[in-house]
Design a protein around this ligand. Sequence first.
Ligand code: ADP
Ligand code: MG
Length: 254
Amino acid sequence: MTLQAIRAGGIRLDDVTVAYHRHPAVHHVSGSFEPGSLTAIVGPNGAGKSTLLKAIVGQLPTADGAIERGALKPRDIAYLPQQASLDRAYPISVLELVLLGHWQRVGAFGGIGQRGIRAAREALEAVGLSGFEDRPLGSLSVGQAQRALFARVLVQDAPVILLDEPFNALDARTVSDLLALLRRWHGEKRTVIAVLHDFELVRQHFPDALYLARRLIAWGRVEQVLTPENQLAARRMAESWDEHAPVCQTGHAA
Ligand code: ADP
Ligand code: MG
């Protein structure tokens, strides 16, 4: 990663609205992820957290407002989607999965070479999966599969890293090992954004937080964001979505 890429690692949201079939899931969110910041995105189920990450990485268009990525190119943003959306039955070995991280950077025809393979092996070692190179992805436990996906992110060597609920359904040891990688990335001045549910974990490890409940509840230093007042405001927002749930479901079914 070049110094230029590190300096470029800021992302600004300018009145961002993201919608599905004209139903907004994220409303008028503004603010900045500073280069090198480590931010947790929190909020109730259905708050638009995954939707916001997909918009930042460019998988979803904004219905309104803009996402300013400066000099960042698509390959400069590494993105680990929510676990449920990954297909572990895909017939691929652990090493091949990690090598895919290079493709994002060099392109499918750029060639990976011996250096790339060495980097992938080093990444597997860093996540505690040495010796798993030839194992089929489908044979790994949930925790091992998440370690392999973190190795792929390592290999991608991106200045911006987005993680959607990366610690869900993992044992304490795996969480603590993967948190160490987050700290390493933060120390390397990468911009790291992770969706999390565990407020205690956020308080202990994240300097900044973004509290989302479709609209922005708060964004800033973690101690100013994770307050009882903001939790109450988020809960009130979420209750109002439940009231409209039958209407929305009809809309989605149509
Ligand atoms: P979170 O990650 O905070 O739980 P999501 O971003 O997944 O929330 O979803 C926000 C809202 O957008 C929810 O009401 C969800 O049902 C809706 N939604 C998410 N994905 C889609 C989709 N592909 N099509 C239609 N609605 C969607
Ligand atoms: Mg989600």
